[in-house]
Design a protein around this ligand. Structure first.
Ligand code: FAQ
Length: 344
C-alpha cells in the first residue's frame, strides 16, 4: 500500500486538482505510467500485484468500499419486510435476496482488500459516517410494494451500472461484478413480479404500487450519481477504464428502458415534464432535485441515522465472533490447531 487511505483529504479535491496531483506523483514513474495506460488501452486487466498509480488505487478503494457498504446497508430496507412478506414463497425469495446482498458486500470488501485497504478501516469509515453509501438506502420501505419497486427499479439501475463495471480495468472488481450482476438479474425479476402482480391486482394494490413508484422514482434516478458537469471523479475514472460510461449516459439508458415498461403496466411516473423526444429518440425528464441528493449523501436523509444505528448495533453484537476468529487464527499460526480443526 502506498499510504493512501480511504479517508484521504484528496477526497474533496476538484477533478483538475486530482489530475495534477496524480501526474505529479507519477512524474518519477513516467515509464510505468505509460506502460500501465497502454495495458488499459489494450483491454488488459490490472491485477493486485501490478504497478498502478496511487490515484488509481485510491479511486478504486473509494468506489469499491462505498459499493460494499451500499450492499450491506441495502439489506436493511428490504430486510424489514422479511417477517411481513405476504406468503411463504415471497418470504423465501426475499430471504434469499437479502442474503445475496450480504454476499455481494463480502466479495466487494475482499476486492478492496486486494488494494491494501483493511476491513477494519473500511468499517470504521462507514460507522463513523465518513464513508458514503448509496443515497437510495436512506429512504423508508413503507409498504410491501416498496419491496417490489426496490427489486424492479433499484436493482435494474444497479445492473446497468454494474454491467459497465464488469468491464472495468481492475481484475478483482470486474470479476466480482460478473457474479453479482447474475444475482441482481434474479433480484430484478422478483421485484418486477411483485410490481406486475400488484399492478394487475385490486384497486388498493394498484394504488399501493403507484404510491411506491411515486416515492422511489426520483431517488432511483439520483443513484447514478450527480450530473456529468458536477461529477468530480468521472474524468479520472474514465481515463483509467474504471468507468466506461458517464453518470448521465447510464441514467438516460435506465429512463429509456424503464419508462415504456411502467407505462405498459398502466402505472404513471411522478414527473409532469416527462416526454418522449423524437429528435434524440429518448425520454426527457424534468429537473432532478440535486439538493435532496446532496442532503441525503451528507447524512441528512430520512433514514440515515436509523441505518447507522442498526449497523453499529450489528457490529457491536458481532464482536464475539471477531474475537473468536482472531483467537483461532492465533492458535492456527502457533500450530496449536490444524486446518481440519483437530487439536494436535
Ligand atoms: N449515493 O464524482 P461522482 C445496489 C458521491 S449497489 C451516494 O460522480 P463517481 C445493489 C460520490 O461517491 C448501489 N453517494 O462519483 C442493491 C462522490 O463522493 P466522494 C451502489 C454518491 O464515483 C440493490 C460524489 O458523490 N453502487 O444498489 C452517489 O464517479 C438493491 C461525486 O460523485 C455502487 O456503488 C450515490 N448514488 O460516481 C443492494 C456502484 N453517487 O466519494 C440492495 C459503484 C455519487 O468523492 C438492494 N460506484 N455519490 O466523496 C459507482 O459506479 C460510482 O461510484 C457512482 C458515482 C456512479 C455511484
Amino acid at each position: 500500500m502506498d499510504g493512501t487511505t480511504i479517508d484521504s483529504p484528496e477526497t474533496s479535491a476538484s477533478d483538475a486538482e486530482k489530475l495534477a496531483h496524480f501526474e505529479a506523483r507519477a512524474a518519477g514513474d513516467d515509464e510505468k505510467l505509460a506502460y500501465f495506460e497502454a495495458r488499459i488501452a489494450r483491454g488488459e486487466k490490472i491485477e493486485p500485484g501490478d504497478w498502478m498509480p496511487s490515484e488509481y488505487r485510491r479511486q478504486l478503494i473509494r468506489m469499491i468500499s462505498q459499493h460494499a457498504h451500499s450492499e450491506i446497508v441495502g439489506q436493511l430496507p428490504e430486510g424489514a419486510w422479511i417477517t411481513r412478506a405476504p406468503s411463504l414463497r415471497r418470504k423465501m425469495i426475499l430471504l434469499a435476496k437479502v442474503q445475496d446482498e450480504a454476499g455481494h458486500g463480502e466479495y466487494l470488501y475482499h476486492a478492496a482488500e486486494t488494494l491494501g485497504a483493511t476491513r477494519e478501516e473500511m468499517l470504521e469509515a462507514l460507522l463513523s459516517g465518513k464513508a458514503k453509501y448509496s443515497n437510495i438506502f436512506n429512504y423508508p420501505t413503507l409498504t410491501w410494494a416498496d419491496v417490489g419497486v426496490i427489486g424492479y427499479l433499484v436493482d435494474f439501475a444497479a445492473i446497468l451500472n454494474q454491467t459497465m463495471l464488469a468491464h472495468c480495468s481492475y481484475g478483482p472488481y470486474a470479476r466480482a461484478m460478473v457474479r453479482i450482476c447474475m444475482e441482481e438479474n434474479f433480484h430484478k425479476k422478483q421485484g418486477q413480479d411483485i410490481v406486475i402482480t400488484l399492478a394487475r391486482g385490486t384497486l388498493r394494490q394498484k394504488a399501493m404500487v403507484q404510491d411506491a413508484i411515486n416515492r422511489w422514482w426520483w431517488p432511483t434516478l439520483m443513484m447514478f450519481g450527480p450530473p456529468d458537469n458536477d461529477s468530480p471523479n468521472s474524468a479520472v475514472l474514465i481515463r483509467w477504464g474504471i468507468k466506461t460510461r458517464t453518470n448521465d449516459e447510464l441514467r438516460q439508458d435506465f429512463i429509456d428502458k424503464i419508462v415504456p415498461e411502467l407505462y405498459a403496466l398502466g402505472l404513471t411516473i411522478p414527473d409532469p415534464e416527462l416526454h418522449y423526444d423524437q429528435a434524440s429518440s429518448s425520454w426527457k425528464t424534468g429537473p432532478i432535485q440535486w439538493d435532496e441528493f446532496r442532503q441525503v449523501i451528507q447524512g441528512r436523509g430520512p433514514c440515515n441515522q436509523e441505518r447507522m444505528q442498526v449497523r453499529t448495533r450489528a457490529h457491536e453484537d458481532g464482536a464475539w465472533v471477531r474475537e473468536a476468529m482472531q483467537a483461532y487464527a492465533e492458535r492456527y499460526s502457533a500450530g496449536v490447531v490444524s486446518t481440519s480443526n483437530e487439536e494436535h
